[in-house]
Design a protein around this ligand. Structure first.
Ligand code: NAP
Length: 288
């Protein structure tokens, strides 16, 4: 019997996930169709209910539903609970289990493709949304020396930092306002900069931080994967700093979801190929 998977988000007009997940399913000759399920907020509960059907294996969840969907599930695993966001749902005999594979995807990309080991390193994060939370959780687990979160809305960064401190973080987790003085201070005490905002994805002038503060000794990780060229990439290149874009994280979070649904090892090479073709063809202009 044909089974179904899909990605739930909104507006989801040009998602990359259907292309690279379907390529992986086809490569393993699995009789599963991966679809795009655009779902506005008022349709989320109905959509989640459909996932309990025996023909549905599960789903990915993306912006803006990663937090809201948690209350609609039967169980949420420890990592997703800590991050407070679910990006993967698995249907097990009508019961829905929530996971967050962004953390796994981010850390695998950083280590495997970036060659960066975060233990003992000082990290600065731009943004305080779901991706930033996944990054902080992963970096705490990995033994980073400190994490500083800088966000346009300071209250959100403060709340993120407090949540992780209250959760028993053993290293300093701080929050700063998105001001030049903060960036000057933070970048002086930084080994790894992670952009967890959508800023820098279009206009090359836009950037989450003053670009001249990037130095050769910084490692720059931009979670944006489309376009591949961002203002951060150009600034890192100009400064001689190492740079990693968001495509490997996208593929690895998808690979971890794939393994949860199918119990099979994900063909990441196939996924990379399909994701790269999607970016080149302009398929992924919005979020995954
Ligand atoms: P989110 O929960 O909506 O958070 C977005 C963050 O970006 C917030 O901190 C927000 O600040 C900030 N922001 C948005 N627009 C801004 C602007 N014009 N100026 C300054 N700050 C701005 O989104 P998310 O899920 O964390 O995703 C963040 C980025 O990471 C997106 O670009 C997404 O595509 C990317 N991402 C990539 C992957 C991957 O696999 N490569 C995975 C997940 C996410 P406020 O709090 O002030 O609103």
């Amino acid at each position: 019997m044909l089974k179904y998977l899909g990605v739930i988000g909104y507006p989801l007009t040009r998602s990359l996930s259907p292309a690279f997940q379907q390529a992986a399913l086809d490569a393993l000759r699995l009789d599963i169709l991966y679809e795009a399920w655009p779902t506005p907020a008022d349709g989320l509960q109905t959509r989640v209910t459909t996932l309990r059907s025996p023909t549905v294996l599960g789903a990915n969840v993306t912006i803006p539903h990663k937090e809201a969907v948690m209350a609609m599930l039967d169980e949420v695993d420890e990592v997703a609970g800590r991050i407070r966001a679910v990006n993967t749902i698995v249907n097990r005999e009508g019961r829905l289990f929530g996971y967050n594979t962004d953390l796994q995807g981010l850390m695998r990309a950083l280590r495997q493709d970036g060659g960066f080991e975060p233990v003992g390193r000082r990290v600065v994060i731009a943004g305080a949304g779901g991706a930033a939370r996944a990054a902080v959780a992963g970096l705490l687990d990995a033994g980073a020396a400190s994490v500083t979160v800088i966000n346009r809305t300071l209250a959100r960064a403060v709340s993120l930092a407090k949540d992780f401190r209250d959760g028993g973080a053993k290293i300093p987790v701080g929050a700063m306002p998105d001001e030049r003085r903060s960036w000057e201070f933070a970048m002086r005490h930084c080994d790894l900069l992670i952009n967890c905002t959508p800023v820098a994805s279009g206009d090359s002038i836009q950037s989450p931080l003053p670009l001249e503060l990037i130095e050769k000794r910084h490692f720059v990780f931009d979670l944006i994967y489309d376009p591949a060229e961002t203002s951060l990439r150009a600034a890192a290149k100009g400064a001689g700093a190492e740079f990693l874009g968001g495509l490997p994280m996208l593929v690895y979070q998808g690979a971890a979801s794939f393994e949860l649904w199918t119990g099979r090892e994900a063909p990441v090479d196939v996924m990379f190929g399909a994701a790269r073709s999607g970016v080149e063809a302009g398929v992924g202009k919005e979020r995954k």
